[in-house]
Design a protein around this ligand. Structure first.
Ligand code: KPC
Length: 518
């Protein structure tokens, strides 16, 4: 289908994507007249879409190619968007359960949600986001694309797709990552899912779940399954939220979050080594060694693989011979250049962190460099978040890390360390007001870590709801060369009641010449 000259509305795009999904009919939005592109982005996920749009905005010519009939990649199709739908549902369910029988809340026994229904809601609705990506990229951003057709990169200057050959000055590879498969007996049984196959293939209502792995995805989906009423066990080697892939998690925050996960009924087995999955065609149990080496059995009708993702680097290597690191990620420098001239790599393909900000900024970085602006992107530090039935957000150093790095550390936190959380309805904030009045110990935890000598904040940590936005800006302020001091924090204008109380807490201490904990 050639869409170049067509004006296609959002509902029409939704229908086209529906019809084309699973076919091999390409969707072509290419300007007439041929010519050479500044860059061809292979992969139209967040990295490719933002990279091509930025390059176009800088006056360059970009073509994006994707095997799916839509742009935006896994985020709206299988990853961030369903995860947020499920995590928001989990938070609502958890609140109902924790407050069951009080006010208007139903009795505990009446609270159950269908995982399958929610998956169906997502499946039915996801094409609207896809439609918007196609519409915006064509009609507002004026970027050319070929969709619903796999690309073949012939060399750094030639890409073939849907029987057409395109010439380019550069290739930008953004072909993503996929779930690492399970390597154990029984891994081929029915009833084993991951974040992608869950939304593609689930066709029954799980009632007993075992999660393998302790990744962010394991924690987030495990919490959701439990909140929906599906008894869940997480088998993890490392202590939960102490995995290598998560840095700067504060120990008090970790204990609070993991403690509340246990409190909601999730069985968390740390030090576990899964050995096999057993069943008669379908999963029936997982066998795992515990921390003492004893084999234990976990009955289930649903296994979720939360062991992490691996970059799709095989094709990149085959097409162009780009160098790949030990973890399987394509090696790229701070300008997203690979080992092959005029070949860039972006997003999940270049490894962790497999997060949106990194994907989008990688794309933008490649675009800037291709257009002659030698921009560098260092993503070794970044603000982070994850969902249990709480939103957990953090940036900078944990308290322990700060104490290793600085001789005088001040900590401002709510509830204060010396107070029993059950005695204090604080933080009294966005999303936790009912908890503050009815179950104070559930109203969250927040902490601000300060280098007492320079008075600069070196870490922010939050458990509650609605603080993600603030952390985007706190990250920026903290990471400026001049940083942000407790005194500057105390000068800001808070919108009270606010999800995190950092401004008012800073103001209470900023007057002190010698800082003290709060
Ligand atoms: C709703 C939404 O923006 C999620 S989809 C994002 C895909 S992209 O804009 O290409 O990063």
């Amino acid at each position: 289908m050639d869409v170049r000259e067509q004006s296609i509305s959002l509902p029409e795009w939704t229908q086209i994507i529906d019809e084309y999904y699973g076919t091999d009919e390409p969707i072509v939005n290419v300007h007439a007249g041929g010519g050479v592109y500044d860059a061809i982005f292979v992969g139209g996920g967040a990295a490719g879409r933002f990279g091509s749009s930025y390059l176009r905005a800088m006056g360059g010519r970009a073509l994006v190619i994707d095997a799916w009939p839509f742009l935006g990649g896994t985020c709206p199709h299988q990853a961030c968007v369903p995860h947020h739908l499920f995590s928001e549902s989990a938070a609502l369910l958890e609140r109902e359960r924790r407050l069951a029988g009080q006010l208007w809340f139903r009795q505990e026994g009446e609270i159950k949600a269908s995982i399958l229904d929610l998956v169906e809601v997502f499946r039915k609705g996801r094409n609207t986001a896809h439609a918007f990506m196609n519409w915006q990229t064509k009609d507002q951003l004026n970027v050319e694309y070929v969709l619903n057709a796999p690309a073949t990169v012939v060399d750094p200057y030639t890409v073939e797709v849907a029987g057409m050959t395109f010439r380019t000055r550069n290739v930008v590879l953004g072909i993503g990552a996929r779930q690492r498969p399970l390597q154990m007996p029984g891994a081929d049984l029915r009833g084993i899912y991951d974040f992608a196959s869950l939304v593609e293939d689930l066709d029954y209502e799980p009632s007993r779940c075992v999660i393998l792995g302790g990744s962010k995805v394991a924690v987030e989906y495990g919490t959701f399954f439990q909140a929906a009423g599906c008894q869940t066990t997480i088998l993890t080697r490392s202590p939960l939220l102490r995995t290598r892939s998560l840095h700067h998690v504060d120990e008090d925050i970790r204990r609070y979050v993991v403690g509340n996960m246990r409190g909601s009924g999730i069985e968390i087995v740390e030090g576990a080594s899964p050995m096999s999955i057993e069943g008669n065609g379908r999963v029936q149990k997982v066998i795992a060694k515990d921390a003492n080496g004893r084999a234990r059995e976990y009955e289930c009708d649903f296994v979720f693989n939360g062991t992490g993702e691996m970059p799709n680097s095989e094709l990149a290597r085959k097409w162009l011979g780009v160098k790949v690191g030990a973890s399987g990620a394509v090696l790229a420098d701070t300008r997203m250049r690979t080992s092959v001239d005029n070949v860039y790599a972006v997003g999940d393909l270049i490894g962790a962190p497999m997060e949106m900000f990194k994907a989008r900024k990688c794309g933008m970085t490649a675009a800037r460099n291709i257009m002659g602006d030698p921009y560098e992107f260092d993503f070794s530090e970044y603000p982070d978040f994850l969902h249990t039935t709480y939103e957990m957000t953090w940036v900078g150093l944990s308290e322990d890390e700060a104490r290793q790095a600085y001789p005088n550390v001040t900590v401002i936190q709510m509830p204060p360390k010396s107070v029993n959380p059950a005695d204090l309805p604080l933080p009294c904030a966005e999303g936790t007001m009912l908890y503050a009045f009815l179950k104070p110990e559930l109203s969250g935890l927040q902490k601000c870590v300060i280098d007492g000598d320079t008075r600069k904040v070196v870490g922010f940590h939050h458990v509650g709801y609605g603080a993600k936005d603030a952390f985007q800006y706190l990250d920026y302020l903290m990471r400026r060369p001049e940083g942000i001091t407790i005194d500057e924090m105390g000068q800001m204008n808070e919108l009270f009641l606010n999800p995190e109380h950092f401004i008012q807490l800073s103001r209470l201490r900023a007057g002190n010449e010698r800082l003290a904990d709060l």
